[in-house]
Design a protein around this ligand. Structure first.
Ligand SMILES: [Zn+2]
Length: 199
């Protein structure tokens, strides 16, 4: 999980919400067309085109709008841009596709104290990764309960994601075999920066 610095909500969404009157109330189900496209684009941009939870590459076609605080339990936040994220579809590898990780797996779960949220600056500090691609709670005892619950509720340690991480890690390890420590540090810094396309 990587920190997402939330930006301003798209202007078209603000304008659309302001159209509310006695006869018409904007709701998430009514959000469509240009306003919805603008939301998708803004979310993908600010996340660098990676899933808000697992970090896999996403595009407009392979993601959905995720509500950090679920619409069912927090209906008043349904159109709040700060409550929206872009999540991968989190489907199982074997058909029929079932939601096994990230937004769709999370469903209506949200726990103020036990959910590690990607819009909190220190979210990455709750987790550590092994060379085999597992995600685990960090060693800090104050962070372990939330990390454990979040990994479980978002399905972040399933085999599919472990394998994808291992593949990425292996590729990097081969690529940096002859690098000095300094070069490795520089590479790590570069990886954190979006490229020309914002990815
Ligand atoms: Zn994901």
């Amino acid at each position: 999980m990587k920190y997402i610095k939330k930006g301003e909500e798209p202007e078209s969404l603000t304008t659309w919400k302001e159209l509310a009157n006695e006869d018409w109330t904007p709701s998430y189900d009514l959000l469509s067309g240009r306003e919805k496209t603008d939301v998708y684009n803004a979310l993908l941009q600010e996340q660098g085109f990676i899933c808000c939870y697992c970090g896999m590459r996403i595009t407009r076609e392979t993601c959905h709008i995720e509500h950090l605080k679920p619409r069912s339990t927090h209906p008043y936040l349904a159109l709040e841009y700060r409550n929206m994220l872009a999540s991968c579809q989190g489907e199982s590898e074997t058909p029929p596709p079932k939601p096994v990780h990230c937004g769709h797996k999370k469903g209506e779960w949200y726990d103020e104290n036990l959910m590690v949220s990607p819009i909190e600056a220190n979210c990455a500090d709750f987790f550590k990764y092994t060379g085999s691609g597992e995600i685990q709670p960090t060693d800090d005892p104050d962070k372990q309960a939330a990390a454990k619950e979040t990994i479980e509720s978002l399905g972040l340690n399933i085999n599919k994601l472990q394998r994808m991480r291992r593949k990425a890690i292996d590729k990097i390890l081969i690529g940096i075999e002859d690098y000095t420590n300094e070069e490795i540090q520089q590479l790590a810094v570069r990886y954190d920066r979006p490229d020309a396309e914002g990815k």
